[in-house]
Design a protein around this ligand. Sequence first.
Ligand SMILES: [Cu+2]
Length: 180
Amino acid sequence: MRTGLRAVGAGAFLGLTLVACGATAGATPAITPGTSNRPRPVIILAKDYTYLPAVVDLVPGESVVFQIVNGGLIVHEVVIGTMRIQDAWEAAEAATVGAPPGPTPVVSVPPDVAGLRVVVLSGQRVDAPWTVPSDASSSGDAWLVGCHIPGHWAEGMVVPIRFVGTDGRPLPIETGSKVP
Ligand SMILES: [Cu+2]
């Protein structure tokens, strides 16, 4: 599990074009939080085997619509959630190891550890609305974007979520936070 953070390095390498656009490692520009009437588009590009951007900034309580594009050659997914949620999907999908090529086998986890999961085929774009829990930054848990198609997490297909204020500055994380 701990090897997942390698993706941050790989994401930084693949994210050169983003850096050129001004999305450097520091605070992001001011964010206008999405509302239920006007969700904020958040683009996540899945590749073989990482995501862009290398850090996903979200404002607690805002409504977003993830615009998930699979620019890789194989099926990927986006699981949004804490480590508990990531672990649940990793375990559930491990059961699909050895499945033949084709439609992704149907798997599920208990609702309390479901988070948000979106499966995206190669070349496909899926838009997924989601409301960021308003207590997400104060729960003490790190949140992540991860892929649990068997073997992908181990390949480093995970990037952190950073909770930010409307000024784009990272919010303080309560003590006791668990960084995976
Ligand atoms: Cu994947």
